[in-house]
Design a protein around this ligand. Structure first.
Ligand SMILES: Cc1cc2nc3c(=O)[nH]c(=O)nc-3n(C[C@H](O)[C@H](O)[C@H](O)COP(=O)(O)OP(=O)(O)OC[C@H]3O[C@@H](n4cnc5c(N)ncnc54)[C@H](O)[C@@H]3O)c2cc1C
Length: 510
């Protein structure tokens, strides 16, 4: 049985929500994946009278497309969408059957009005958490717009095709045969990338806010919800709702939630924010802060200026880059930053992890279970990770640690083929042949845009007091962008709540 009893029971409930008939056009061969796909097709057809299956000639085998009766939608799954893609299949069935996608109406109108032919192909792995977000967004776009098609390709089933297209990270998306992007992308982000964004004039005539939160991660969500619960006018302006959590795999230390996954956590954050009367301006970057007489002005990169009586800065942090030749050139062609997302693409290969702190050693332990060999390169004479992690690493047979190593270049032709470093002790240049490099050297606060508008420390972190207040009256900060020593979800949420309550207190007193 391709579906276990639990999955089948869940599926049965979802299939009851189908509103009309769906035709699955199937191209199968005699290989094992085709047999699995056919078994899945048969199970689906046996579970709902709305699902019809017929054989067809499609571009790839095994694959199947999900269509309305008499009308192709352009949604195709190449490979067997189990694992994390099973939800994408269920949603495709529901949406093609006529159920309205759970997306903002404005976004769906943008999707419907998108002009031109857009033929997307996405390469995924079934163990990737970010992939379903992209697959589901592109499928929704295909359902809503007859000029859009989308084929999801499981890289493990179509290994040769993935290799021929140099796919070293998933999800990777092509549009009309050209590279479109990689990594997690929501429908809103995809539309923005296609040039379909809300007009900047939409932002111009907004009334001043009581609290305006800049940033879209856990700190921001928590600050905005705490502010909104006080009944005051609250806004969020953010480059990317969810923040770093979008790039996180399992989260097991958000107390009371034993285990969740980053993308799910990010979606839950967004849903919770949407429960409140909060003006969310997503995909917008703040570029300047200025304290004026009555308000703090936040100028956006789109040219609009928002005014608020108080501001909470929650712009978080980003991966620190090595800054060596080859890093940018081979990004997603062997250079990766997220072991949880991209580790499976290096199965059976030799990779390096740069950085011997907690995140580097955690990454090396994780990767050792997938890849052939992991070499950890650490600049200092000793690893900085917690000893429990070091002990675990040392117990693994397929890891090597090189200390005193200054990475100087990531080499490659089409893809990464090695790494060059200086052995700082012998002052000799060394080269290791390998297939991938995971950069794990810490985080940088996203605060450059503030310049001298608020006080920052030598690391660029915003200096705050115990109330989350900065040196500028009415301007508070929370989370990873501040000088709080520990950077964690639960801590950033606590500091977001603290900043919001103190911003409220500030508003009452002023
Ligand atoms: C791979 C990985 C795994 C992790 N695992 C865990 C874990 O298991 N448990 C845990 O507790 N923590 C974990 N963390 C840390 C945790 O994700 C962070 O501590 C937390 O997300 C910080 O939240 P934040 O809201 O302060 O910032 P962020 O999450 O960084 O969010 C900041 C947001 O602000 C936006 N922004 C930046 N500049 C601007 C601008 N100028 N204008 C508008 N918006 C802007 C960014 O795009 C982003 O959306 C992990 C982090 C990573 C990268």
């Amino acid at each position: 049985m391709i579906l276990d009893a639990d999955l089948k029971a869940q599926l049965a409930q979802y299939l009851e929500l189908m509103e009309g008939d769906v035709l699955l056009k199937v191209s199968a061969g005699s290989d094992e994946a085709s047999r699995d796909m056919m078994e899945l097709m048969d199970e689906l057809a046996s579970m709902s009278s709305h699902i019809k299956v017929e054989t067809a000639e499609l571009e790839r085998t095994p694959s199947f497309s999900v269509n309305r009766i008499g009308e192709d939608t352009g949604i195709t799954f190449a490979g067997v969408p189990l694992g994390h893609e099973f939800t994408s299949l269920v949603l495709a069935l529901l949406h093609v059957s006529g159920r309205t996608p759970k997306e903002d109406q404005k976004l769906m109108d943008q999707a419907k009005n998108l002009e031109g032919e857009h033929h997307f192909v996405s390469y995924v792995s079934l163990s990737c958490q970010n992939c379903p977000v992209v697959v589901q967004a592109l499928n929704v776009l295909s359902v809503l717009n007859p000029n859009v098609t989308h084929t999801m390709i499981d890289g493990a089933t179509f290994k040769e095709e993935a290799e021929a297209n140099n796919i070293m990270a998933v999800p990777t998306v092509f549009l009309n045969g050209e590279s479109f992007g990689s990594g997690r992308m929501t429908l809103e982000e995809i539309l923005a990338k296609l040039g379909s964004t809300p007009d900047a004039s939409e932002f111009e005539n907004k009334d001043p806010y009581d609290v305006l939160v800049v940033g879209g991660g856990p700190a921001s969500a928590s600050a905005a919800i705490y502010a909104a619960r006080k009944g005051i006018r609250t806004g969020i302006v953010s480059e990317r709702i969810g923040g770093q959590v979008n790039d996180t795999a399992g989260i097991e230390n958000f107390i009371s939630v034993k285990r969740t996954e980053g993308p799910k956590f990010a979606a839950d954050l967004e849903e919770h924010v949407k429960d409140y009367d909060i003006d969310v301006m997503n995909l917008q970057r703040a570029k300047q802060l200025e304290r004026k007489q009555d308000f703090v002005d936040i100028e956006l990169e789109n040219g609009a200026t928002l005014q608020s009586k108080s501001v909470i800065l929650a712009t978080g942090a980003r991966w620190r880059q090595l800054g060596v030749p080859g890093e940018e050139e081979f990004r997603n062609k062997g250079v990766a930053y997220c072991p949880h997302c991209d580790g499976p693409m290096f199965e059976g290969k030799h990779v390096a992890v740069i950085g011997g702190g907690n995140s580097g050693i955690e990454a090396a332990i994780d990767l050792a279970g997938i890849v052939k060999h992991v070499t950890v390169l650490e600049f200092s004479p000793e690893l900085k990770a917690d000893s429990v992690l070091q002990e675990r690493l040392n117990s693994l047979p397929n890891t090597t640690v090189v200390t005193n190593a200054k990475t100087t270049e990531i080499t490659g032709d089409d893809n990464v083929n090695g790494i060059t470093y200086i052995d700082r002790e012998s002052e000799t240049e060394q080269h290791i042949e390998l297939d991938g490099v995971f950069v794990q050297i810490g985080l940088l606060p996203n605060t450059d845009w503030l310049g001298n508008a608020v006080e920052r420390n030598k690391f660029g972190e915003i200096v705050i007091d115990r109330n989350g207040a900065t040196n500028v009256p009415g301007v508070f900060a929370a989370g990873d962008c501040t000088d709080d020593r520990n950077k964690q979800i639960i801590i950033s949420m606590g500091s977001g709540a603290n900043a919001a309550l103190n911003a409220f207190d500030y508003l009452i007193r002023n």
